[in-house]
Design a protein around this ligand. Structure first.
Ligand SMILES: [Zn+2]
Ligand SMILES: [Zn+2]
Length: 267
């Protein structure tokens, strides 16, 4: 959804102002991609389910916009729940070190340990590593972003979703990204900038919408989801970007709050 910082307000009401958080349900498992501010609302939905909540949370990287929902994720406080956090080692620190290190005074009034009565597990992922979450197969690759960022490919019964937020390129995606996205049913891809905006922000780690399109075409994905919208892009400007992309790649949508995509089984 929104990149870098939440952007609530009338001008962003239709697409929404929350930072990245995507829930994937497959094979009886719940997988959550990133813990941006959207995680708070997901937590409220999950709190209304009467069963214990169990989820695997895959973190792409640890910039604030991908973590800031975690302290407000209400299901963490329930002892019957269980969460497994998966993420890369960065700056010599494990995913557990990073999460505990940002949720403590003076950044936050209480520690992760004090908040979390749920059972927590932590798993460090090496870039390129493949692993399974129940029947869902996950592969990852390192993307071009300051400090690093993992893209994830999730496969379940011939259905594939690829999550490639926070990646920088214009017309020429890396081979690793194209390989990760190859033939995916759905590709969520950074589409933060227009060409002229990108000229001012080279090296900031984000793509143009044309870059997202280039990856979708090179990898022959079926559906493209524009993701990580610039916080200054209002709904009307985002509509205009979407229309331009759809001229070349009709099966494109722009991520918005509450968007649900159903991936049909393929034979
Ligand atoms: Zn981001
Ligand atoms: Zn980032």
């Amino acid at each position: 959804m929104r990149g870098s910082v939440p952007a609530p307000g009338e001008a962003t009401r239709r697409y929404g102002g929350n930072t990245p958080c995507v829930e994937v349900r497959a094979g009886g498992r719940r997988i959550i991609l990133d813990a941006g501010s959207g995680l708070r609302g997901l937590g409220e939905q999950l709190r209304d389910t009467d069963r214990p909540v169990s989820a695997d949370i895959l973190l792409s990287h640890y910039h604030y916009d991908h973590l800031q929902g975690l302290p407000f994720f209400a299901p963490l406080a329930e002892p019957q729940n269980r969460f497994v956090f998966h993420g890369p080692r960065r700056e010599g620190r494990s995913v557990q070190d990073v999460l505990e290190g940002q949720m403590c005074p003076p950044y936050f009034p209480v520690t992760l340990d004090e908040v979390a009565r749920a059972k927590l597990e932590f798993r460090s992922i090496a870039p390129g590593e493949a692993f399974e979450i129940g029947p869902v197969r996950i592969t990852s690759t390192e993307l071009d972003h300051p400090g690093g960022n993992l893209g994830y490919r999730l496969e379940y019964r011939n259905r594939t979703l690829v999550y490639a937020t926070d990646v920088e390129h214009t017309e020429h995606p890396s081979e690793g990204l194209v390989e990760l996205a190859r033939g995916a049913d759905v590709l969520l891809h950074d589409a933060m900038y227009t060409e002229s905006e990108y000229e001012q922000r080279r090296g900031w780690g984000h793509s143009t919408w044309a870059g997202a399109l280039a990856t979708a075409e090179a990898a022959r994905v079926k559906k493209l989801v524009l993701f990580h919208h610039d916080p200054e892009r209002d709904d009307r400007a985002l509509d205009a970007v979407l229309r331009r992309v759809q001229k070349r790649f009709p099966n494109t949508v722009a991520a918005r709050e509450g968007l649900t995509l159903r991936l049909a089984a393929r034979s």
